[in-house]
Design a protein around this ligand. Sequence first.
Ligand code: FAD
Ligand code: SIN
Length: 545
Amino acid sequence: MARLPPEARHFDAIVIGSGAAGLTAALHLAERGTVAVLAKGDLADGSTAWAQGGIAAVLDAGDTVEAHVEDTMVAGAGLNHRATVEYVAANASAAIDRLAALGVPFNPGETVSERWHLTREGGHSHRRIVHVDDATGWAVSQALIKAAQAHPNITLVPHMAAVDLITHRHVLHERFPARRCHGVYALDVKKRHVVRFLAPATVLATGGASRVYLYSTNPDGATGDGIAMAWRAGCRVSNMEFNQFHPTCLYHPKVRNFLITEAARGEGGQLKLPDGSRFMDRYDERLELAPRDVVARAIDAEMKRLGLEHVLLDLTHLGADFVTYHFPTIHARLLELDIDCTRVPIPVVPAAHYSCGGVMVDLDGRTDLDGLWAAGEVTQSGLHGANRLASNSLLECLVFGQAVADDINAQRIHAASAPAAAPEVKPWDESRVTDSDEEVVIAHNWDEIRRTMWDYVGIVRTDKRLERAAHRVKNLRKEVQDYYGNFRVTADLIELRNLVTVADLIVRSARRRRESRGLHYSTDYPGLATEAVDTILDPSLTREA
Ligand code: FAD
Ligand code: SIN
């Protein structure tokens, strides 16, 4: 057998993504073998480190797993898969215990009977959110990274951007079954060459795609890379039309993606118009604590009705001590921008926040490809349905990160007596590309995709706008594909290529749904269909996959 060139690296498992889902999976996988964890930037660059409000779990004697399940189903407008919701809710408190054991300093309870302080967020019928002040994600991310750095079986590989999954198409000799993933081609962003990472098990944990919209609460890297890679490799994706817009992103000319946590409304914050009047009573009896889709649509409607650039989130009546105690990070960040939220209301707008759709997985996180699992925001597991309930996302990452690892570890034990030989995989081929002399095309197309999605595929949709979006996205896809075929791959090009694929998947899914459900609201189909059905896109049935 020919020797593999040196840039092929072998592991027992590869995890793509170093957020809550990826690192949870890696820590459990490392109990039984070697693991490489790839991240396209620094290890804490994903959404996990930005999470504010906290993690939902039934931890109070007066609360029940059944109530958590029902709240999740109500927020998800009945599209959730009940078995997934029950599985995640039932495993929540154990997931919190594991984080606490890793050293996550959750805020302690205020009475002796309460282990941790629980805050409230929209759509929850009970106080159920454990948190670390208003910067929960940072504490979770740091604890997971520290544990992974200390583990002898884990190799952390930051600045390594996955380009494409390695499947049967890339294997030199056809003795491996079709529809199997063998690892990933990844760009070493600093050395600028493509490396092959090979393993019998690959886990996608690349997060969401909210950066496909012009205004988003997400970090720059949320470009749907995992969804696009899985789609190209032959996996089905579903419910891509359900893009969650968080109601309260800071409105500021210089800072466009700073979130004001939902817990601010949970603890009594009020939404107001510039004249100081409240308006949520005209939209929902749960007022500011209605699920996010309802609150975001209400804000959007008021902004359009009155021609406003933002509405206001008022915390001033809560008292300065309360605000600085519960929201120290937000208070400090706003002060840097000359906004003292203990004295003046905060200007806020809805912004793209979370991708409810994604790569289809079962309860073990298995995808359509053998050898490929997925966990976290990259997936559509059935948990969120048509609208994610606040603070259920980090929970999903923790529960599915573990589920994926358990399934892979079990398969490994099973196969231990006859380990499969690694396939010979084609090296990355750069013989037909050159360095780009037109970087401006990337910046221009990037901007056009995001504007198109914001203007035509936003909070309120119509057939006409979706048709316009489909037309523009089709042209952009062609342009980006030509560019990709001619020029050497770069980190920006990887993201642009994935963004345009994700935009296409969202528009296609939105055009298929002829009803208004959860986050997908169309003025052409304002009613709810009698049956809740997932929108499933299958690359093997799609000409332009
Ligand atoms: P991420 O944490 O986003 O990590 C993705 C990882 O994949 C990163 O390491 C990234 O580098 C890597 N990656 C991506 N593409 C590639 C590639 N091509 N090659 C290599 N690596 C790649 N949820 C809650 O439950 N509670 C909250 O309080 C909460 N607050 C939030 C606040 C904000 C501002 C935001 C943006 C989100 C919030 N969410 C919250 C949502 C939640 O944080 C995310 O859904 C969750 O953290 C996603 O975790 P993940 O592990 O799936 O992905
Ligand atoms: C927030 O803190 O408002 C974000 C919570 C979430 O996205 O679940």
